[in-house]
Design a protein around this ligand. Structure first.
Ligand SMILES: Nc1ncnc2c1ncn2[C@@H]1O[C@H](COP(=O)(O)OP(=O)(O)OP(=O)(O)O)[C@@H](O)[C@H]1O
Ligand SMILES: [Mg+2]
Length: 243
């Protein structure tokens, strides 16, 4: 039996806007495993991003327990939650969230700086992470000089460089064309396989689904489907495709 790295137990979350209470998460329980790409799908407004944020220490649930790597994260003081995320979690977002004035290498090194890794070692680690996503030749470029797919690969390198146990991605491919979207999914899956990372991604993108190991559907704040994809396997030839 595989041991889960994330356990969500009966997560509830509402948003109060004016006089209205929007009950977004209505008691979601789920276990997520390392070494695979788990995809959360569902209609717009169904609570996918809220759920991902609750699982990754970004949005506090009203009730329920989130356990990551055997730590009940919402029981920790705020600062400890931040430190936990910094140490264990990588994040990838739809809009890439890169700094316009920094080169690819510098974007990736910034994460290492927060963790106290500086100098030659930081450069070496950043270059290795950029090589892993096929960007060793673009390391000196700034976001304006890169394509959308390249920017998202920098964001992935930035998530990878600290070798996190978990990676969370919210709509990582929705700003990308078909080919770049496929490449990003392949990288996420390769990361799960090679580093035994727990990769959890939220998407609308049907192109992602065939490559996921497991698909969890959320509708109206509840899980409506939880399926394994038996056809999903390791991609061949990714390294040669990237070079
Ligand atoms: N900070 C907030 N304040 C108030 N309401 C919010 C907030 N964040 C989300 N909501 C509401 O919660 C519901 C779920 O939002 P959420 O972003 O989780 O949906 P989603 O499934 O990710 O949608 P999409 O696919 O469009 O990204 C929506 O009705 C949204 O308006
Ligand atoms: Mg969303």
């Amino acid at each position: 039996m595989m041991t889960s790295t994330i356990t969500a137990d009966n997560i509830e979350r509402s948003y109060v806007v004016g006089k209205n209470t929007n009950h977004v998460l209505k008691g979601i329980s789920l276990e997520i495993y390392p070494g695979e790409l788990t995809l959360i799908i569902g209609p717009s407004g169904s609570g996918k991003s809220t759920f991902l944020a609750a699982l990754s220490g970004l949005v506090r649930p009203d009730s329920g327990i989130v356990s990551i790597l055997n730590t009940n994260i919402w029981d920790l003081p705020e600062k400890a939650i931040d430190a936990f995320r910094l140490k264990n979690c990588g994040f990838i977002f739809q809009g890439f969230n890169l700094f316009s004035s920094l080169t690819a290498t510098e974007q990736v090194m910034l994460v290492l700086k927060y963790q106290g890794t500086l100098g030659d070692l930081a450069v070496k680690k950043a270059m290795a992470a950029l090589a892993e996503v096929g960007l060793e030749d673009k390391a000196h470029l700034r976001p304006l000089e890169m394509s959308g797919g390249e920017k998202q690969r920098v964001a992935i390198a930035r998530a990878l460089v600290k070798n996190p146990r978990l990676i969370f991605a919210d709509e990582p491919t929705s700003a990308l064309d078909k080919e770049n979207g496929r490449l990003v999914v392949q990288l996420l899956k390769q990361t799960a396989r090679i580093h035994n990372t727990t990769v959890l991604a939220v998407t609308h993108d049907p192109r992602l689904m065939e490559h996921a190991d497991r698909i969890v559907a959320i509708e109206d704040g509840r899980i409506t489907k939880d399926e394994r994809n038996s056809k999903s396997e390791m991609f061949g030839g990714l390294a040669s495709e990237l070079s």
